[in-house]
Design a binder for this molecule. Sequence first.
Ligand SMILES: [Zn+2]
Length: 351
Amino acid sequence: MHIHAINLPQFVIVGPNVLPKIKEVLSRLIVREDVLLLRGEGFTKTPASAVRDFVAEMGLTAHEVAVKSPTEEVVSFVEGVIKETRSCTIISVGGGKIIDVAKIASHRQGIPFISIPTSAAHDGIASPIASIKGENGSASIMAHPPVALLADTNIIASSPKRFIISGCGDIIAKLTAVRDWRLAHRLRGEYYGEYAASLALMSAQLIRRNVDLIARGLEAGVRTVIEGLISCGYAMCIAGSSRPCSGSEHLFSHALDKLGKGSRALHGEKCGVGTIMMMYMHGGDWESVRAVLSRAGAPTTAKGLGLSDDDVLDALTIAHTIRPERYTILGESGISRNAAEDLARMTGVID
Ligand SMILES: [Zn+2]
């Protein structure tokens, strides 16, 4: 019989100035030994040192490691520090790459991690899935979700606005990700969970309804994006995979990465443009997808992503090869260059 295990974060705290809540979280998690604090090298230093002080106030020691990039070597190094310092919990203060390293290293060492995101650029903040750079590009690894998540809306609102808009793109992507999932269920008999799918779609609707608030950069808008991203993380925890949140639009984004194109564009920005095109492929309302992204201030064209027309067409024609086991609207053989050109032109992604 198929056993479906769901692992969810225990504590989720969202709001302004929530960092002091780390003390309450640590005491409710009964953390009594050393912790390992992972942070970035830039502006995450300040919130990380505030967290270290709060940890010290509890009589606990926080060992600190600055993370540069999410590579296997860095993960191994962090695992070594966990063993050496006998840390029982990781607290990650930073954006996606720091969360990814914390997620994988803590999972491999069998200890929990607490996520304190400093930006809201993609849905990794509450998901069990991490992305790591290896010899053959980036790979997605199933790890575990944070045991607790403290999202300080003041800190996240002070990150570049572009990050928050990228988060919107990653959430809007669920509109086609769920369609791809349903398709794989109908054509391939793949497991499909209505509840996880609904959670992912609900996040996209939330963005659609509040897009003006988000575009104005108000705290309430930032909160909407964070809550949407957390909800997407829950959808992945419940589905036990990234299926509800990652379909053909993500394959397009990953294809660009594989081709070494669009490195100036953020993940959610590329997925947003991918969603416009994949919604067209699905025969859905791609114009409303484009309108929401445009109102949020997200790019909707190749130029907006810093890409040439050929970059987009190259990525579209190889997208189906990126993750062959993930069945999407692109099918097994993908789309021809002519069809890709029609698609990109029709949707206004290329001129
Ligand atoms: Zn994504």
